[in-house]
Design a protein around this ligand. Structure first.
Ligand SMILES: [Zn+2]
Length: 361
């Protein structure tokens, strides 16, 4: 999460209020079984579909506390030295993330096979000394490969200050780890012949802490058409809780879901109700909230291009942007649930018949 308050005022984007209109469940009912071919599975009539295993659930179960913990402890270790944009620790982390995808058999987004999208040093306006890299992997959709669902998280953090490593375990090793685990779940689906209909892009951006540069660069130099990008689900800090939820930790803040697409908000709500039952807190979705979180993480670079987004966030805590944001303080049970929610939401969006409608400006 970027610290400085950004005061872009895109009144066009935010002109529509956040009021929810209508409670009708607009999610595509076919989507829950849409990856199943009735003919291939010898299903005689539609009702039989109800007895078929919920594939989404099967793959979501591969997102486990143990796996998340292992990867997060690695990313938030001394070796990566706080992952400051352009520094050695960030580059080592980029290698770690790239190797992870390679080992899973998930291809690079670049056609030349390189997972790294290189950003020249000058692009960072003096906020970083060296060139840096986004890491981008990709699963090709089975039916609508030219429509893209982008899952993003920034993997850079604040580096070393006054000889102290800023580990950024929550910010945003938690989101980075979640995207990696979600990718593994999708790849399991692919291997079993149940891959997503639309393509999924796993976008690990750099330069977030110094000004949302990695996501800005991606949207200015998109690897996949922005016009065909259906949604951006962005995760920035989902491993902790804030004081407000000390007694009720099974929550996550959702920001932006209804800003461009009512359908996205409704689908997100229905998906959570069906699978994860977290308390979805919309406090920061309020136009008038002074924190203006909608403008403060990478999803905003997609939203300003009229791409519907959801930002998943656990709120701030005492360790926010401190060297004490460490892996031992992460609530891995919550991280698991929230990562599963993002997976299910991506699954529904990727597999539904129709592309999400953008009905707001
Ligand atoms: Zn941050």
């Amino acid at each position: 999460m970027k610290n400085i308050l950004i005061v872009f005022i895109f009144t066009l984007l935010i002109a529509c209020g956040s009021t929810q209109t209508g409670s009708k469940d607009k999610t595509d009912k076919g989507s829950r079984t849409s990856s199943i071919d009735p003919v291939k599975n010898n299903v005689k009539d539609k009702e039989d579909l109800n007895f078929i295993k919920d594939f989404a659930k099967e793959y979501a179960l591969s997102i486990t506390e143990e796996d998340l913990k292992k990867t997060l402890y690695t990313l938030a270790s001394d070796k990566y030295a706080g992952r400051f944009t352009g520094e050695e620790g960030q580059k080592k982390a980029a290698k770690f993330i790239s190797d992870y995808y390679k080992n899973l058999g998930i291809t690079a987004a670049n056609t030349d096979g390189d997972y790294l999208q290189k950003i020249p040093a000058e692009y960072f306006n003096g906020n970083a000394k060296n060139a840096s890299e986004n890491v981008v992997a990709f699963i090709k959709g089975s039916e609508k490969p030219e429509e893209y669902v982008i899952l993003s998280a920034h993997y850079d953090h604040l580096g070393i200050k006054n000889d102290k490593i800023y580990y950024g375990a929550d910010d945003d090793a938690s989101g980075t780890t979640a995207v990696m685990e979600i990718a593994e779940a999708f790849q399991k689906a692919v291997k079993a012949g149940n891959g997503p209909k639309r393509s999924i892009v796993f976008l690990h951006v750099t330069g977030e802490e110094i000004g949302l540069y990695g996501s800005k660069y991606y949207t200015e130099h998109p690897i996949f058409s922005l016009e065909k990008t259906v949604v951006n689900l962005n995760i920035d800090m989902i491993g902790r809780l804030d004081k407000k939820h000390a007694e009720n930790p099974e929550f996550v803040y959702l920001i932006g879901a209804d800003k461009l697409s009512q359908e996205l908000h409704d689908l997100s709500e229905a998906t959570n109700k069906k699978y994860t039952n977290l308390n979805l807190d919309y406090t920061y979705n309020d136009e008038n909230d002074p924190n203006r979180f909608y403008y403060r993480s990478d999803h905003y670079n997609f939203a300003k291009n009229n791409i519907p987004i959801i930002f998943y966030f656990n709120g701030v805590h005492d360790d926010y942007h401190q060297h004490t944001d460490t892996a031992d303080k992460i609530r891995y049970d919550l991280l698991q649930k929230r990562a599963q929610l993002v997976f299910y939401t991506a699954w529904e969006i990727a597999n539904r018949e129709k592309r999400l409608v953008v009905d707001k400006k």
